[in-house]
Design a protein around this ligand. Structure first.
Ligand code: UGA
Length: 431
């Protein structure tokens, strides 16, 4: 274990809460600042505000050892903090660019409170050049501003932070870079020190590449469907090529979540702002939109040709399994498209309680089990890869439905077994 440092983390979303818990686990003295009162109270009592494997245990470990403290404002976290991590959201603005207002708000709050020679670490995803802008806004020549992008995935955020593939630190001063990297010494991950602008660009490039890989495999899946090939065998063959690899090649209903859609849109906009038309990335984004239509089309065909008045059961609403996050969820997007065509929607998701009133679920009836959701339905659309859908009793399901049809947009199930039970089955890119 390296030396223990005094760290403040501002913002307790996915990135902030996990970063704070992990740094406390590494032995640093961490103060986590969350301005939302409800979220603050949850954290202070050792509750994770989000569904995230191992996070609650790690938060409780930190609170119990005294290595982690939770406060209600950025200002309270400032005294003594040698490192201040900025982990506030940078949502998509109207023109696709990242909205930096939360970043600027916090800067205003902490500008004069930062201790002399503090290091301000930008973990929020921000466009190339933001660290320079932050340096200017701070007007604190004694404070170093460092870019340190985050690559954790929701659902495995703690494991990703304990064992990252790499640590990227963007700052011109090598000694400051080493100090920041030292905080993560326990991970033994490769360190890449670069300029702040390069570091900021790395984050967008990584997410854009992942989105490209997904749009590519979803397009190949469509090609497999029309050509009569099986994308699952194709993926195995591609994956053994070390230059391609197996990861991020599962076709699905399209890619979503709080990061890939906003970061790809932002990168197109960043490129635009420099006069570069990133046409390839625009095509990647357009493919994802078209792909949702293709899934809707499969559901339309499965109910016999018209969605108006059709009873459609939706299994899974989150943007992927093992999270309760529905931001930019492909499932919610497809549900909306189905609703616009007049389908009646009956949904089940393990993280959504019946009676949920959130606006993204308007017009969708939520049930407390996959069986209740498919009762009286003509088709089941599996849109999130929750493990429990593999173990459903399909004899019972068949009895409950008015027609036996499944659109398996995550390729979770065995078509041979289902067809033997009298189900019509349609997956993604497979016979
Ligand atoms: C993504 C990146 O993977 C992280 O590295 C990054 O740190 C994070 O964004 C971020 O910028 O904060 P996350 O949003 O948690 O992480 O989601 P992913 O696991 O990347 O999944 C994104 C979407 O792609 C989901 O809708 C998922 O279902 C879909 N996906 C993923 C597939 O359809 N197939 C796959 O093989 C993998």
């Amino acid at each position: 274990m390296g030396r223990s440092e005094r760290v403040a983390v501002i913002g307790a979303g996915y990135v902030g809460a996990v970063t704070a818990a992990v740094l406390a686990h590494f032995g640093h003295a961490v103060v986590l600042a969350e301005s939302d009162l409800y979220r603050y109270a949850q954290l202070a009592s050792g509750k994770s505000p989000i569904v995230e494997r191992d996070l609650e245990e790690l938060l409780q470990e930190g609170l119990a050892s005294g290595k982690l403290r939770v406060v209600n404002s950025a200002a309270e976290a400032m005294p003594d903090a040698e490192f201040v991590f900025l982990c506030v959201p940078t949502p998509q603005g109207g023109d696709g660019s990242a909205d930096l207002s939360a970043v600027k708000l916090v800067l205003g709050e902490i500008r004069t409170l930062l201790v002399s020679h503090a290091v301000l670490v930008m973990k929020s995803t921000v466009p190339a050049g933001t660290s320079k802008l932050v340096t200017e806004l701070l007007e604190r020549p004694d404070v170093s501003v460092v870019s340190n992008p985050e690559f954790l995935r929701e659902g495995s955020a703690v494991a990703d932070s304990l064992h990252p593939d790499r640590i990227v630190v963007g700052v011109d001063d090598e000694s400051v870079a080493r100090r920041v990297a030292g905080l993560f010494g326990a991970t033994n991950a490769p360190l890449i020190v670069t300029s702040a602008t390069t570091s900021e660009t790395i984050k967008y490039a990584a997410n854009a590449f992942l989105a490209t890989k997904l749009s590519f495999i979803n397009s190949i899946a469509t090609l497999c469907e029309v050509a009569g090939a099986d994308v699952r065998d194709l993926i195995v063959a591609l994956g053994y090529d070390k230059r391609i690899g197996f990861d991020f090649l599962s076709p699905g209903p399209g890619w979503g979540g709080s990061c890939l859609p906003k970061d790809t849109a932002a990168l197109v906009q960043i490129a635009d702002s420099f006069g570069f038309d990133f046409a390839m990335l625009r095509a990647v984004i357009a493919q994802n939109d078209d792909h949702a239509d293709r899934v809707v089309e499969k559901i339309r065909v499965a109910v016999g040709g018209t969605l108006a008045g059709a009873e459609v059961a939706i299994w899974g609403l989150t943007f992927k399994a093992n999270t309760d996050d529905r931001r930019d969820s492909p499932s919610v997007d497809i549900v909306r498209r189905l609703g616009r065509q007049g389908a009646t929607l009956r949904a089940y998701d393990p993280t959504v309680a019946p009676g949920a009133t959130e606006s993204d679920l308007e017009g969708v009836e939520i049930f407390s089990s996959p069986y209740d959701a498919c009762s009286g339905a003509q088709v089941i659309a599996i849109l999130t890869e929750w493990d429990e859908f593999r173990n459903v009793d399909f004899y019972k399901v068949g009895e409950l439905m008015t027609a036996r049809a499944i659109v398996d947009a995550r390729n979770l199930l065995d078509p041979i077994a289902l067809r033997a039970m009298g189900f019509g089955y349609s997956g993604i890119g497979r016979p």
